[in-house]
Design a protein around this ligand. Structure first.
Ligand SMILES: [Zn+2]
Length: 278
C-alpha cells in the first residue's frame, strides 16, 4: 500500500533512471490507461525534477508539463533493469523509455545506443491517478491544493500540524488519514503510530491534550508517525507490531488481544490494544 514512505522510496528509485534524461519513447499500452490519447505528447520531454507530496508523485518535465500520479491501494512504479518489469508491458498505464545518459538524443539525431549508453525503461502499473498537466495548473488542482503539511517534508512543523489535528471533528484514527490535516499517513502508520504513542484511535481528535506537564498527545502521535515513516524510507521496512495482528496478544502489555474494526466513513480497518492505548 502506497503511503508517504513508499512514495519517497519510489522517487529515489526513479531519480537515477529519469532525472535530467530525455524520454525517447512514451506509450500507454493498457487500454484503460487515462493517458491512452496523450502519451505521445511526452515524447522528447526531459525530466527536470521528481517531487512527492504526501501520497502524490509529481514528475516535472521541461516545457512546463508535469506527470501527476497517485497509486491508490495497488498501483506501483517499476524500473526495468534489464530483466523486464516482472509483469506484462501491455498492462502498463504508462511506459517510458529514458535516454541512457544526460543529453538530448534527438538533438544529436542518433539513437541512444549510438551514444554508447543503453536506455532504461520505467512504467506505472495500476493506480488511481495518472495525468499530464501543465505545471502551472497544479496549484488549482483540488486534490493537491487542499493537502495539509507533508509529514515527511524536511520543513514539517509538528507544532502547527498538532494544532490542525486537535481541531478535527473526527476520531483520531480518522483524522490521521485526513490528507487535508497532514498528508502522507496511510492505514498502516495510522494504527502503528497510535499504538506506539499509546493513543486510543477511537478518541475524538479534540480530546488530544495539549498537556500542562509538557505532555502533548497530538505532537506525540505525529512525531511517532514521522519517525516510523522516516525509518521505513531508509530501511524499506514498516513497523508491524499490531497491523493485521487481530486476536494476537498485545506485544507491549500482553494483557489484552489486538482488536480491529472499520473506522470512519471509509470504513478503514483500525488495529489497537484496548488495554494499553488509553
Ligand atoms: Zn496492550
Amino acid at each position: 500500500m502506497a503511503e508517504g514512505d513508499s512514495l519517497v522510496r519510489i522517487a529515489r528509485k526513479l531519480e537515477p533512471a529519469m532525472l535530467g534524461r530525455e524520454i525517447v519513447a512514451a506509450s500507454a499500452p493498457n487500454p484503460r490507461s487515462t493517458l491512452r490519447q496523450h502519451a505521445r505528447r511526452i515524447d522528447g520531454k526531459r525530466v527536470e525534477r521528481i517531487e512527492t507530496r504526501g501520497k502524490h508523485l509529481l514528475i516535472h518535465l521541461d516545457e512546463g508539463l508535469t506527470l501527476h500520479s497517485h497509486l491508490g491501494m495497488n498501483g506501483g512504479w517499476r524500473v526495468d533493469e534489464g530483466r523486464g518489469f516482472g509483469k506484462p508491458d501491455r498492462s502498463a498505464w504508462l511506459l517510458l523509455e529514458m535516454a541512457g545518459e544526460e543529453g538530448s538524443v534527438s538533438a544529436t539525431g542518433g539513437s541512444p545506443l549510438a551514444t554508447g549508453s543503453r536506455t532504461t525503461r520505467v512504467a506505472q502499473f495500476g493506480g488511481t491517478t495518472l495525468r499530464l498537466v501543465r505545471t502551472v495548473e497544479l496549484a488549482r488542482d483540488p486534490r493537491l491544493a487542499t493537502l495539509g503539511p507533508d509529514i515527511l517534508a524536511p520543513e514539517f512543523d509538528q507544532v502547527a500540524a498538532a494544532a490542525r489535528l486537535r481541531v478535527s471533528p473526527d476520531e483520531v484514527g480518522v483524522a490521521l488519514l485526513d490528507q487535508k490535516i497532514v498528508c502522507g499517513i496511510g492505514n498502516i502508520f495510522k494504527s502503528e503510530a497510535c499504538f506506539e504513542a499509546r493513543v486510543d484511535p477511537w478518541r475524538p481528535a479534540t480530546s488530544l491534550a495539549k498537556g500542562a506537564g509538557g505532555e502533548d498527545e497530538a505532537i506525540r502521535v505525529l512525531e511517532t508517525a514521522r519517525r516510523q515513516m522516516q525509518d521505513a524510507v531508509e530501511t524499506g521496512k514498516r513497523p508491524g507490531r499490531i497491523y493485521k495482528k487481530t486476536g494476537r496478544p498485545c506485544p507491549r502489555c500482553r494483557a489484552a488481544r489486538i482488536r480491529s474494526r472499520g473506522q470512519g466513513e471509509d470504513n478503514r480497518t483500525t488495529y489497537w490494544c484496548p488495554n494499553c492505548q488509553a
